[in-house]
Ligand binder design. Structure first.
Ligand code: PEP
Ligand code: MG
Length: 886
C-alpha cells in the first residue's frame, strides 16, 4: 500500500519529488535539530492520485489521523479541544517553488468555541480573535473562492470605524465584530456557514491545495518557468506558532546572502507582531534584521547561527521563513533561494573560492541565460532628469515603457509597458509576464513583486513610497504620471525616471571588451572565473559568425576560437552593386570576366582584413549564397523606373536591360531557387574568383609573417556531385596561387538531402557545418522570413512547439537530421570535423544538444559567444539544469 504521509522526522532534503521542496527541507531542518514545529507532509503521490480521480486516495485519512495523534501527543494539545486547542497551518509545496502561486491556510482548528479556549490559554483575547479572522479570510478565499476584496473591505471598514491606520491597532472588540462580519460574507458567498468542525477544515484545506495545482495562474507560472504540469504538489501540515502574539513575537524572511548582488552577509525583513504571509505580501513595511538584533538579541543570534548551518549544509544561498513566538525562534521554511543573475554568478564563484563547492559545481549553478541577462545594457544616466522617486532595487535591469496600472492592460499592450501597482499579488502574474518592468509603491525585496520579478529575470523597483498610486495615474509630489506616459525604471539603483532614458553597455560587456578590469569587482571576477573554467572543461569549441575585421576582433575579445561563418554577401553591396549588375548583364565571357576581375581585389582586401584580425585561428569563409537578384533593384522598382522613363519619352537604357535580366531571373520562391552552390555552378567564374581572392589574401598574410588559416565552405549542397564540381575547380584555383597555406574545403549541411546523404558527401568534404537556419526552414517547410510573425504565436498557444524552432533547435526533427548526418559522415570519415553556424549556435538550450550530438564547435554572433562558451562548459560538466527555472 502506498504511503501518503511522512512525519518531518522521516524525510530529508533529497526527497523533493515526493515531499516537494518545502516538505523535504522541513524534514532536513528537523534532522539537523533545528527548531521546526512538529508536523507532517502529505506527498505529491497523494496529489497526483487526487488529480486523477478527483478524490483523496484511500488510506490517506487514516494516515493523516495517525500523524495528527503524534503531534497532539508531542504538544499535549488536541485539534478541536475547547480548552487548549491545537492549531495547524496547511501549506502547499511542490518540487519547484512557485512563489505566491499555491495557497497557505493558517490557524486551522479555530471555531466559535476553540477561539475562546485559545484566548484563555494564551491570556490574550485580541490575539485569539485576530487569528480566527485570519483563518476565515484565508480559508474563505482558498477553499470557497470568496473574493479577497470582500474581506479587505470589511477590514478597511473596521479600521475606519476604530479610527486606526493599521490592522495591528484593532482592539479585541473590533476583531470579534470583524469575525462576525467575515462569517456573514462567507455565508453570503458560499451559501453555507463557515465550517466549525476542525477536521472538516483540515481535509478541505488539503483538498483545496491539491486542486489549486490547476488554477489558471499556477498553470501560467509553470508554462513560463518550464515546470512540468504533472508533478503535483505536496501539502505540509504543521503545528502553528504565532508571530502575532504581541510585540515579543513576529515573523520574517531572510537570506544567507544578498539575493540581489550575492554579497556575503545575511539579509532579511522582519515584521513584529505579525503572522505568516504578511511579509511576503509586502502589505506592511518591514524592518531589517539589524533592527531585530536590537529588539531581540538572543533570537537574532540564534537566527544567524542557524543560517550559517544551513548554508554549510546546502552549500548555497538559502532563504528562510521564521517566526518568533514570545521570544522563541521557529523555522518555518528554508530552500535554496532564488537570486538575480548577478548574484548567481557572484555566489557560485564565492562558494567555489571558499572551497564549499567545486568549479564544476559552480558552473552548473549559473546559466547561459543568466549571462545573457548580464550582458544587457543599462541606463546611461549622464544627462538623465532628476528621478521621480527612488524605491527598492529589487531585480536589476533597465526598462522603459508606457505606464499601465493593471495586469489586464499590461497583458493586452502591444508595445513595452511598465506595470505600476500599489503592490502585486498572484493575480497580476499575466501582466508581470507581459511588462518590461514592474514598479510598486509598497513592499521590500521580499515582496511578491520582487520575488516573482527576480525569478523571471525582469526589472523591478518596489516600495517606491513617494508614489501615490491611483487606478489610472500616479502622483509624486506635484507631478502626475498618467496611463500612457513613458517612464524608465532602473532595477539596479531603484530609480524611477520620467521619459525614456538612453542605455549604455553592461559592465560585463565592457569587461569582455577590455574596457574595464575585473579586479575588485565581484561580478566581473565571477564571470571571469566561470567562463574561464567553462573553457577548460568544454568539449565544444565556440567560434563566431563574423564578416568584417571589426566583428572578428570583437569576437576574439569575447573569447571566440575562430570564425565559423564568414558570410561573403555583404561584400557585394554598396558601390560594388554596380559590378554585380555588370556581372549579371554580361552577354559573354569577356564581359563577365572583366566584372569579376574588378571584384577580385576588393574581395581580397576584405579577406586579408578578416584573416589579420583572426591571425592564428580558423576562418571559415563561405562562398556567396543568396540569389543574385537580391543585389539588384526590385522588380517593382525597376518596372516603375522604366515606365516613368518611357512616359517621358526617354530610352530606359541600363534600367531597361536590368529589368529584362531581373524578369529573367525572377523566382517565386527564391529561398528554394538559384542560390548557394547552384549559383556557383550556373555563373561561371564567380566561385573561382572568391576562391582566388581567399588564396591571394592568405598568401599575402603568410608572406607578411602572419598565420592565416582560411577554410572554404560551400553553401546549400544537396548532392555530393555539386560539391565535387566546386571542389575540383577550387583546388585548381588554389594550386595556381603561390605561397598559399593548406586550405580545407568543406560544406554546409543545410538541406535535408545533404543530411541524409552525408555518408556520400563526407569523402568530398573536409568538414561539415550545419546551417540550422536553412535546415529548420526546409525540415519544417517554414519560410524563415515569413512565418514567425505570421503564426508562431498561435502555434505556441496550440502547443505545436514551446519555443520557435528557429530559436531553439527542434531536437526531434532537425536535431535528428543533425545526428544522422554526423553518424553517417563519420562512419566513412571518422575524424570529420562538424560544427554549427546557424543561429542555434548561440542558444543555451541548443548548445547542450550540439554537445550531446558530438559536434566539434558551435558558431554564433560575437555577442553570444560568452553565453555559448559557458553553456559548452556546463554541457561538458554534467547534467545540470538546462533552463533558468532555479
Ligand atoms: C544557415 O542556414 O543556418 C546559415 C548559417 O546560413 P544563412 O543563415 O546565411 O542561410
Ligand atoms: Mg543557410
Amino acid at each position: 500500500m502506498s504511503r501518503y504521509v511522512f512525519d518531518f522526522n522521516d524525510g530529508n532534503k533529497e526527497l523533493q519529488d515526493l515531499l516537494g521542496g518545502k516538505g523535504a527541507n522541513l524534514a532536513e531542518m528537523t534532522r539537523m535539530g533545528l527548531p521546526v514545529p512538529p508536523g507532517f507532509t502529505v506527498t505529491t503521490d497523494a496529489c497526483r492520485a487526487y488529480l486523477r480521480t478527483g478524490a483523496l486516495p484511500d488510506g490517506l485519512f487514516q494516515e493523516v489521523e495517525d500523524h495528527l495523534r503524534l503531534i497532539e501527543a508531542r504538544l499535549g494539545r488536541r485539534l478541536g479541544d475547547s480548552a487548549d486547542p491545537l492549531l495547524l497551518s496547511v501549506r502547499s509545496g511542490g518540487r519547484f517553488s512557485m512563489p505566491g502561486m499555491m495557497e497557505t491556510i493558517l490557524d486551522i482548528g479555530l471555531n466559535d468555541t476553540t477561539v475562546l479556549g485559545l484566548a484563555r490559554r494564551s491570556g490574550d483575547e485580541r490575539f485569539a480573535w485576530d487569528s480566527y479572522r485570519r483563518l476565515i479570510q484565508m480559508f474563505g478565499k482558498t477553499v470557497f473562492g470568496v473574493p479577497g476584496e470582500q474581506f479587505d473591505a470589511e477590514l478597511a471598514a473596521a479600521r475606519e470605524a476604530a479610527g486606526v491606520a493599521t490592522d495591528a491597532e484593532l482592539g479585541t472588540a473590533a476583531l470579534r465584530e470583524l469575525v462576525a462580519a467575515y462569517q456573514k460574507r462567507f455565508f453570503a458567498y458560499a451559501g453555507r456557514d463557515f465550517p466549525q468542525a476542525p477536521h472538516e477544515q483540515l481535509y478541505s484545506a488539503i483538498t483545496a491545495v491539491f486542486a489549486s495545482w490547476n488554477t489558471e495562474r499556477a498553470v501560467l507560472y509553470r508554462r513560463q518557468e518550464h515546470i512540468p504540469g504533472d508533478l503535483g504538489t505536496a501539502v505540509n501540515v504543521m503545528a502553528m506558532v504565532f508571530g502575532n502574539h504581541g510585540t515579543n513575537s513576529g515573523t520574517g524572511v531572510a537570506f544567507t546572502r544578498d539575493p540581489a548582488t550575492g554579497r556575503r552577509g545575511v539579509y532579511g525583513d522582519y515584521l513584529p507582531n505579525a503572522q505568516g504571509e504578511d511579509v511576503v505580501a509586502g502589505i506592511r513595511n518591514t524592518v531589517g534584521l539589524d533592527e531585530l538584533a536590537r529588539m531581540d538579541p538572543a533570537s537574532h543570534a540564534r537566527l544567524l547561527s542557524i543560517m550559517e548551518k544551513l548554508e554549510l549544509r546546502y552549500r548555497d544561498l538559502c532563504d528562510i521563513e521564521f517566526t518568533i513566538e514570545d521570544g522563541k525562534l521557529w523555522m518555518l521554511q528554508t530552500r535554496v533561494g532564488k537570486r538575480t543573475p548577478a548574484a548567481a554568478f557572484v555566489i557560485a564563484a564565492q562558494l567555489a573560492g571558499e572551497g564549499l563547492i567545486t568549479d564544476d559545481e559552480a558552473l552548473l549553478r549559473v546559466t547561459g541565460g543568466q549571462l545573457a541577462h548580464l550582458m544587457f545594457p543599462a541606463f546611461d544616466t549622464t544627462n538623465a532628469p532628476a528621478p521621480l522617486a527612488i524605491g527598492v532595487p529589487a531585480s536589476p535591469g533597465a526598462a522603459s515603457g508606457t505606464v499601465v496600472f493593471d495586469s489586464a492592460a499590461a497583458a493586452a499592450a502591444t508595445g513595452p509597458v511598465i506595470l505600476v501597482r500599489h503592490e502585486t499579488n498572484p493575480d497580476d502574474l499575466p501582466g508581470m509576464i507581459a511588462a518590461q518592468g514592474i514598479l510598486t509603491s509598497r513592499g521590500g525585496k521580499t515582496s511578491h513583486a520582487a520575488v516573482v520579478a527576480r525569478g523571471m529575470g525582469k526589472t523591478c523597483v518596489c516600495g517606491a513610497e513617494d508614489l501615490e498610486v491611483g487606478p489610472s495615474l500616479f502622483r509624486v509630489g506635484d507631478t502626475v504620471v498618467s496611463e500612457g506616459d513613458v517612464i524608465s525604471i532602473d532595477g539596479t539603483t531603484g530609480r524611477v525616471y520620467p521619459g525614456e532614458l538612453p542605455v549604455r553597455p553592461s559592465a560585463v560587456v565592457r569587461w569582455f571588451e577590455g574596457e574595464l578590469p575585473s579586479t575588485g569587482d565581484p561580478l566581473l571576477t565571477a564571470v571571469e572565473r566561470l567562463t574561464g573554467h567553462a573553457d577548460t572543461v568544454a568539449k565544444l569549441a565556440v567560434h563566431a559568425n563574423a564578416d568584417t575585421a571589426a566583428d572578428a576582433e570583437r569576437a576574439r575579445r569575447f573569447g571566440a576560437a575562430g570564425i565559423g561563418l564568414c558570410r561573403t554577401e555583404h561584400m557585394f553591396l554598396g558601390e560594388r552593386r554596380e559590378l554585380v549588375e555588370r556581372l549579371i548583364l554580361a552577354t559573354g565571357d569577356e564581359e563577365r570576366q572583366s566584372a569579376l576581375a574588378e571584384l577580385l581585389p576588393l574581395q581580397r582586401d576584405d579577406f586579408t582584413a578578416v584573416l589579420a584580425a583572426m591571425d592564428g585561428l580558423p576562418v571559415t569563409i563561405r562562398l556567396i549564397d543568396p540569389p543574385l537578384h537580391e543585389f539588384l533593384p526590385s522588380l517593382e522598382e525597376l518596372t516603375d523606373r522604366v515606365a516613368r522613363a518611357q512616359a517621358r519619352g526617354e530610352d530606359p537604357g541600363h534600367d531597361g536591360r536590368l529589368l529584362v535580366a531581373v524578369r529573367r531571373i525572377h523566382e517565386q520562391n527564391p529561398m528554394l531557387g538559384l542560390r548557394g552552390v547552384r549559383l556557383g555552378l550556373m555563373v561561371p567564374g564567380l566561385f573561382a574568383m572568391q576562391v582566388r581572392a581567399v588564396a591571394q589574401a592568405a598568401a599575402a598574410r603568410a608572406a607578411a609573417g602572419g598565420d592565416p588559416r582560411p577554410e572554404i565552405m560551400v553553401p546549400l549542397v544537396a548532392s555530393v556531385r555539386e560539391l565535387e564540381l566546386v571542389r575540383a575547380e577550387a583546388s585548381q584555383v588554389l594550386s595556381a596561387v603561390e605561397g598559399v597555406p593548406p586550405i580545407r574545403i568543406g560544406t554546409m549541411i543545410e538541406v535535408p538531402r545533404a543530411a541524409l546523404t552525408a555518408g556520400e558527401i563526407a569523402p568530398a568534404a573536409d568538414f561539415f557545418s550545419f546551417g540550422t537556419n536553412d535546415l529548420t526552414q526546409m525540415a519544417w517547410g517554414f519560410s524563415r522570413d515569413d512565418v514567425e510573425g505570421a503564426f508562431f504565436g498561435r502555434y505556441r498557444e496550440l502547443g505545436v512547439f514551446a519555443t520557435s524552432p528557429f530559436e531553439t533547435i527542434d531536437v526531434a526533427g532537425v536535431g535528428e537530421l543533425v545526428r544522422t548526418a554526423v553518424r553517417r559522415g563519420r562512419s566513412v570519415r571518422p575524424d570529420l570535423v562538424a560544427g554549427v553556424c546557424g543561429e542555434h549556435g548561440g542558444d543555451p538550450d541548443s548548445v547542450r544538444f550540439f554537445h550531446d550530438a558530438g559536434l566539434n564547435y558551435v558558431s554564433c554572433s560575437p555577442f553570444r559567444v560568452p553565453v555559448a562558451r559557458l553553456e559548452a562548459g556546463r554541457a561538458a560538466v554534467g547534467d545540470g539544469p538546462v533552463s533558468d527555472s532555479r
